[in-house]
Design a binder for this molecule. Structure first.
Ligand code: 8IG
Length: 269
C-alpha cells in the first residue's frame, strides 16, 4: 500500500487502463444524489468496475450513493469515466479518499470534470428539483485536499467556459454559490443563516473539496447541483434523507437529459 495519494491515483489509473483497454479518457463525471440515471444516456459501457476492485476506491455505505466506476464510449468516440462512487469527508477517512476519484481521472488524461450533487438551497425560489450551476464555493470544512505547499489558484475554479456552454443548452439554469459543510448532520437553521449571510445559495457535503483537488490536477470543472431540499429553517418540515432521495428520483429523467446534452455539446466547443 502506498500512502502517497498521487501515486495511489496513478495505480488506480493503471488498473482501469488494464481492465478497459482504454488508454486515455476525455472527461470524467461524478454522479451524485439524483444524477445516477444520467449514466445510461452517456454512451455504451466498455467496462464497469466495482469500486472495491480498484486501488484506493471503496463502496460507499450511504443509501443513494452507488459504488461503480465505468468507462463509457460516447457516440462521437470520446471516452468518459463515470465515478459512481464518491467518498465524503464525513466518512471519516480524511481528505485523500475524497480526492482520489478526481486524481484518478486526471491521471487517465481527462481534461474536463463534471461534478454533480444533491444539496440544500437557501434561495426560496429554488425548490426541490431545481438544477443550479455552481459559480463559486465556500469551503467550510476547514481542510484542503492538497498535500504540501501547493498554492493553487481558485479564481474561476468553476469554468466560465463550461458554464456558458451549459447555459446555451438550458438558458434557465440559475447560478449559485455552493457552501460545503463537513456533515454528516445537516445544518442548524442558525448555520444556514450564517452561510446565507456569507453568500451561500446552496449547502452540501461534497463538491468544494473535489473541485479544489481537480484544480490542483489541472482539470476544467463544471459543477451542477440538484436542489433536493430547502436548507434547514427554510421549510417548515424537518430534513430527511428519504425526501432527498425522492426529489432526486422525481428529477432524474430531466437531469439525465441535461447532462447528456451538455456532454454532447462539449465536442463542438
Ligand atoms: I442532498 O441541506 C443534501 N445534502 N450540508 N445540507 C447539506 N448537505 C446536504 C443537504 C443540506 N441536502
Amino acid at each position: 500500500m502506498t500512502s502517497d495519494p498521487y501515486e495511489l491515483a496513478s495505480k488506480a489509473a493503471d488498473h482501469i487502463r488494464r481492465e478497459t483497454q482504454v488508454d486515455t479518457i476525455d472527461l470524467a463525471l461524478v454522479l451524485g444524489s439524483g444524477w445516477r440515471d444520467a449514466e445510461d444516456l452517456l454512451g455504451d459501457a466498455i467496462v464497469q468496475l466495482t469500486a472495491d476492485s480498484v486501488p484506493g476506491f471503496s463502496t460507499s455505505g450511504v443509501a443513494g450513493h452507488g459504488g461503480t466506476l465505468t468507462v463509457r464510449r460516447l457516440a462521437d468516440g470520446r471516452h468518459a469515466l463515470i465515478l459512481g462512487a464518491r467518498t465524503h469527508l464525513y466518512e471519516g477517512r480524511g481528505v485523500d479518499p475524497v480526492a482520489h476519484g478526481v486524481r484518478t481521472a486526471a491521471k487517465l488524461g481527462a481534461s474536463v470534470l463534471i461534478l454533480t450533487n444533491g444539496c440544500g438551497s437557501t434561495v426560496t425560489d429554488w425548490t426541490p428539483g431545481t438544477a443550479v450551476l455552481i459559480k463559486d464555493h465556500l469551503n467550510l470544512t476547514a481542510v484542503s485536499p492538497i498535500r504540501g505547499a501547493n498554492f493553487v489558484d481558485l479564481t474561476d475554479a468553476y469554468s466560465p467556459r463550461l458554464r456558458e456552454l451549459a447555459k446555451s443548452i438550458d438558458p434557465n439554469l440559475p447560478e449559485g454559490v455552493y457552501a460545503q459543510f463537513p456533515g454528516p448532520h445537516y445544518e442548524t437553521p442558525a448555520e444556514v443563516q450564517m452561510a446565507r449571510l456569507l453568500g451561500a445559495d446552496l449547502v452540501g457535503m461534497s463538491t468544494a473539496l473535489e473541485t479544489i483537488a481537480a484544480r490542483e490536477a489541472g482539470l476544467e470543472v463544471l459543477g451542477i447541483s440538484l436542489v433536493t431540499n430547502q436548507a434547514a429553517g427554510f421549510s417548515a418540515a424537518p430534513l430527511s434523507h428519504t425526501e432527498v432521495l425522492q426529489a432526486g428520483a422525481d428529477a432524474s429523467a430531466r437531469l439525465a437529459k441535461l447532462l447528456s446534452d451538455i456532454v454532447n455539446g462539449m465536442k463542438e466547443s
